[in-house]
Write a protein that binds this ligand. Structure first.
Ligand code: ZN
Ligand code: ZN
Length: 135
């Protein structure tokens, strides 16, 4: 299988590689994704075929499954970074795009659950952009 992507957590304990293709890339604005990302949306890649190989730190990966929902999030127990999760009994691999250290050749398909978005995330394209930190 061709090498697709690799990623890691912020503290570096967890490293992984992915093989296969992503079928979807969604930015989800639902209230659950806003909570678990701490931002206005989660950015997740989805694949029903890709495999994941944990290079290091698999024992640091914790998965939170929100009871009575399909919402799940994996993260590093040490630094809290979002990490890939196998959902639907392993049939679907969900990869937080921000966890990747390599570029992907897929653009987001859509913003989803957009009706649930935070008011402050409207019209973000109209605010100024700085290449670095504010001075
Ligand atoms: Zn970590
Ligand atoms: Zn969501």
């Amino acid at each position: 299988m061709k090498h697709l992507a690799s990623g890691s957590c912020l503290c570096g304990a967890v490293k992984f590689e992915l093989d296969g293709v992503f079928e979807h890339f969604f930015l989800c604005h639902c209230s659950r994704c806003r909570k678990d990302s701490g931002s206005d949306h989660a950015a997740n890649l989805f694949s029903s075929q890709a495999g994941i190989r944990w290079i290091s730190g698999r024992d640091k990966v914790k998965t939170f499954q929100l009871p009575e929902t399909r919402h799940a999030k994996s993260f590093c127990k040490d630094c809290g970074s979002a990490l890939p999760t196998l959902q639907m009994n392993g049939a679907l691999l969900v990869v937080p795009a921000g966890a990747l250290d390599t570029e992907v050749d897929i653009r987001p398909d859509a913003r989803i659950c957009y009706a649930s978005r935070a008011g402050w995330s409207d019209r973000l394209d109209t605010i100024r952009t700085l290449d670095g930190l504010p001075g």
